[in-house]
Design a protein around this ligand. Structure first.
Ligand code: SF4
Ligand code: SF4
Length: 407
């Protein structure tokens, strides 16, 4: 695609990055076929090609409007378009650059600004989330239907081994997951313990920064990244093998620290090292289980896996969890349209509630049609978004940990 960025952007790192991405797009439109919002709304401007064109116009000097902002707000950042694109267009990075620019130029109505401010100052902080959930539970009976299912169904962590091992890995506790599903990282510790690996956690690490990053609060996001790097650095120096992130939405963010902090004179090298150590648990377990026979673990239980966009499109790990669970003796059932987003997408389920509810309903229909004994996922956002009182979802690591005594 031909571009003529204004000199204001053309001479900046972000402008040059955006220009290279724009030039890689050949405008074929294949990406529209797998874009959830294009499928729901049928408007070119609600698909990736149209959004690329809108961002291009802004970078070339057009004044963005509330309409431009709306079309980008409706994007889930699911990156299904990246998986489909034959030209390797990095839509996610371009959307981040475009959103930040438009955020600076288009003033939002105050209720929207207030809501975004509240999200930025509650969801990334475990103690504030805890207080919010407790208050929500208290008032749940009188809440509108749309809000009732947004109060997380919390699970409890089982007792976990504290055995020391020579092999050590670090885990991100995270923000929402540490409050709503502590069982996930406990399960990871149980499985790793069985494999002779000790799981450590840094007390002062916190939110990965994804929420702030996707709401265009760049400085808040970068500060969260620097905080985590500081918290992890002593462990890195002591030789931990990997930094594990069990929520795939946070994992895709931590894997991006090296890129996002590449121009930071103090943190660039450290961030690149963090990126090189960062792994989704499926990457580590697939390797650690190679040559071991754990094929009796699952005992044929019929499972549906809800593959998060951040895992399949963001981290490019499509099919890895399914393959691992199959090798462990679970029966994996095919899920219709498994490449499509469930509508959770960080704060999307709150900020774009109508579209999110439609996607949730489609995803639940596809998952329940499998008639699986259990539905599992790999990201806390999808887990909370899709759980119902009758069918709570769990992380796939919990499933493995619950059955680990079969091997
Ligand atoms: S599929 Fe790729 S190259 Fe084609 S329009 Fe979409 S982003 Fe551009
Ligand atoms: S990131 Fe997802 S919602 Fe956004 S344009 Fe790409 S496919 Fe569509």
């Amino acid at each position: 695609m031909q571009t003529q960025l204004t000199s204001v952007f053309a001479n900046t790192n972000k402008g040059q990055e955006a220009e290279a991405i724009l030039r890689s797009c050949v405008h074929c439109g294949f990406c529209n076929a797998t874009c959830p919002t294009y499928q729901l709304l049928g408007d070119e401007r609600d698909g990736p090609r149209g959004r690329i064109y809108l961002i291009k116009q802004v970078l070339e000097g057009s004044t963005p409007t509330t309409e431009t902002q709306l079309r980008l707000d409706r994007c889930l950042s699911c990156r299904a378009c990246e998986t489909t694109c034959p030209s390797g267009v990095q839509f996610g990075r371009l959307a981040d650059i475009g959103r930040e620019l438009i955020e600076q130029e288009v003033k939002r109505p105050w209720p929207q600004s207030l809501l975004r401010h509240l999200l930025l100052h509650t969801l990334p902080y475990p103690s504030r989330i805890n207080a919010l959930i407790k208050t929500g539970r208290l008032f749940q009976p009188v809440l509108p239907e749309a809000l009732k299912h947004k109060i997380p169904i919390m699970n409890q962590a089982a007792a976990c081994s504290n055995k020391h091992h020579a092999r050590k890995m670090l885990v991100l506790a995270g923000c929402i997951q540490s409050v709503a599903s502590p069982a996930t990282n406990q399960a990871l510790a149980v499985v790793l313990d069985k494999l002779g690996i000790e799981l450590l956690s840094a007390d002062t690490a916190g939110c990965c920064g994804a929420m702030a990053h996707h709401l265009s609060a760049s400085e808040q996001a970068l500060q969260m990244m620097r905080n985590n790097i500081d918290a992890w650095w002593p462990y890195v120096e002591s030789g931990v093998e990997s930094i594990l992130v069990s929520a795939s939405g946070c994992g895709v963010m931590v894997k991006d620290y090296g890129h996002l902090l590449r121009d930071d004179p103090v943190y660039a090298d450290k961030a690149a090292k963090i990126t090189s150590l960062s792994k989704d648990p499926v990457e580590v377990l697939t390797k650690a289980l190679s040559g071991k026979d754990w094929s009796q673990l699952g005992q044929g239980q019929r499972i549906a896996f809800q593959s998060p966009c951040s895992l399949q499109h963001g981290q490019k790990l499509a099919g890895k969890v399914e393959a691992l669970l199959s090798s462990l003796g679970f029966t994996l059932l095919p899920v219709k349209d498994s490449h499509l987003c469930c509508g959770s997408a960080g704060s999307y389920s709150i900020l774009q509630a109508r579209l999110s509810a439609q996607l949730r309903s489609h995803k639940l229909e596809a998952l329940l049609a499998t008639q699986a004994e259990q539905i599992v996922t790999a990201n806390i956002g999808c887990q909370l978004h899709l759980s119902t009182a009758d069918q709570p979802l769990k992380h796939w690591l919990e499933l493995v940990a619950e059955n680990v005594n079969h091997v």
